[in-house]
Design a protein around this ligand. Sequence first.
Ligand code: PMP
Length: 422
Amino acid sequence: MTTELSPDALTEVLARARQDYQDLTARGLSLNLTRGKPAPEQLDLSEELLNLPLGVHTSADGTDVRNYGGLQGLPELREIFAEVLQVPAGQLLAAGNSSLELMHDCLVHALLGVLPGATSRWVEQERIAFLCPVPGYDRHFALCERFGIDMIPVPMTAEGPDMDVVEQLVAEDPTVKGIWCVPKYSNPDGACYSDATVARLASMNTAAPDFRIFWDNAYATHHLTEEPVEIADLLAACDEAGNPDRAFVFGSSSKITMAGAGVAFFGSSTANLKWLLGHNAKRSIGPDKVNQLRHVQFLRDADGVRGHMERQRALLQPKFEAVARILEAELGGTGLATWTAPRGGYFVTLQVPDGCAKEVVRRATEAGIALTPAGATHPYGNDPRDAVIRIAPSYPSLPELEQALEGLAVCVRLVGYEQQAR
Ligand code: PMP
């Protein structure tokens, strides 16, 4: 990535970077690029939800949504998200407001209960390991740490995880029980799994009979261009390949409607759904169906979701364009950074020279620009190259975002040129 500079040229750019950094810290900024939270204007798009369900308290089949029951969630809401998440409505569960909770629960139930196809509970086995495509989502890694599940990093490519590595690891090691996947507009590098990757995941030979793909389709409808990416249907592919129980599909409306008051979904084979519903029945007497009905009235159908996501895109796209524009203007041609141009999702990945990411984040924090800790994109917080920084452009206003990116670019120049000068 590094472009060679003559000693004189390096002295000059370093002096300028030091001056720019001094000016930056003098501004006393307080900006935040850490988490992928929707901005208030995005939440405003769903404000109508607060007035729903408009005195109606029965669902289409006459269920009184105010009461207990309906563990699988309202059928009409599942119909809407069946198309979005590529899961037949009958195999979809709508429960709670957080898909991360459902992922957590699936791990707990796999540890404490016997999964379809398993010979014993995971907790009885000496070692359990998950494949973690990197860079990846820190909360997936945190779940593994929480439950003592070993994490094996697998490199990401533009088409998803490196499938040669995945196939080899799952074929030879029965302790490898799962893989984390964010198949569309992945967190954080925006990659989309190719059809070939999906087919290989569905059909690969696994030494563990109870291997599961945790298919976290958090950004299924979160397009940033006029050409939505479509990915292959994993559940159908697993079925066709004779591995019907392999896929656990997750999703939610967190970044469609309200991040703290949406609806979460789990989709899988009939056997897996029965397994989870059985455990859920001990945990709950039924989900919040009032919120589910509210969502049905607000979104109406899959077209309604698409229309709503167009309005989200109108707010988000200018922010992603600003990130690309400023990084190009400030760092283009320096050889100090590369960055992703995601076609959807919530993140941009910035790659700086090896050994620089932590220092860039430290310098930015010192200048009042909060960034996700370097290393968070890797298992155990350990990015062996110390090169990846995740940028979350959604929450700040456009002017704040622009200031933060300009400041971040100053930090990259400072740290990058300081390293070259050493
Ligand atoms: N998965 C991914 C990949 C995410 O980026 C996020 C939010 N940052 C979540 C899950 C969380 O989803 P939920 O709000 O449904 O728990």
